[in-house]
Design a protein around this ligand. Structure first.
Ligand code: HEM
Length: 76
């Protein structure tokens, strides 16, 4: 059982594929804590709408992992 709140390093970065990172680099870096933190509400909205990533929408449990990181204060 992992201690403490979810962190970007342990629980979020690996949710984003290399492809996601490279194809979204024009807007923000999906492997950078500060970028994802600063764009989290819009990112969550696109994930929930299922239109990003446009080739492979996330399953519910992966969206929930992202949401719980947000709720826990978006730790690095
Ligand atoms: C604020 C959130 C986001 C915005 C405004 C956004 C917007 C866009 C736009 C305008 C494109 C290029 C054109 C298109 O294919 O529609 C694109 C492509 C893409 N985005 Fe996002 N995106 C967001 C979040 C994300 C996230 C969170 C992921 C991955 C988890 C993602 C993965 C991708 C991928 C893989 C492509 C390339 C699609 C392809 O050409 O196959 N995007 N995004």
């Amino acid at each position: 059982m992992k201690e403490g709140p979810p962190s970007f390093e342990n629980d979020v970065r690996s949710l984003f594929r290399e492809k996601d990172r490279s194809l979204m680099q024009w807007a923000f870096d999906l492997w950078a804590h500060a970028d994802v933190r600063d764009n989290a509400p819009q990112i969550l909205q696109r994930l929930e709408d299922g239109d990003m990533p446009c080739d492979e929408p996330w399953p519910k449990d992966r969206i929930e992992a992202f949401r719980s990181w947000m709720r826990a204060g978006m730790q690095p």
